[in-house]
Design a protein around this ligand. Structure first.
Ligand code: AMP
Length: 122
């Protein structure tokens, strides 16, 4: 799947849509989810143009991957959910219901997260 330069996170990264970063460095931007599903619901995204985890894991540089992983852990720690626990979710593609085609990981915490996935038919 080709990267869509007009996806909402691309526009946030270009500064066309205002967003309050929770965290930012050379490679990474994190924002609060606009429709939070838990008391802490942060989206961490690379600044590079990657559609999803599949794209990122195959094509990103070691520096980008390291920065992304380190930042995600730090952001969760800084949000104060490391002691009580949190869930990380990457959605890739239609079966996952990925809505925004720019890689991001959801950090969800601040309450018990329940079952891993909805118990629907396998
Ligand atoms: P996904 O289904 O994994 O692609 O998740 C996309 C997430 O982006 C959803 O949880 C949305 O609530 C969130 N979202 C969409 N637009 C914005 C926005 N402008 N600012 C913050 N979060 C957003």
């Amino acid at each position: 799947m080709a990267y869509d330069d007009n996806n909402i996170f691309a526009r946030i990264l270009r500064g066309e849509i205002p967003a309050k970063p929770v965290y930012e460095d050379e490679y990474v931007l994190a924002i609060n989810d606009i429709n939070p599903q838990a008391p802490t619901h942060i989206l961490v995204m690379p600044k590079g143009k990657y559609v999803s985890f599949d794209d990122f894991s195959a094509k990103a540089s070691d520096a980008e991957i390291t920065a992304f992983m380190r930042a995600t852990g730090k952001i969760a720690r800084d949000a104060g959910v490391d002691a009580t626990g949190y869930r990380l979710i990457f959605n890739h593609g239609p079966d996952s219901h990925q809505e925004v085609p720019h890689l991001h990981v959801h950090i969800l915490g601040g309450r018990p997260m329940g079952f891993l996935i909805a118990r629907t038919a396998a």
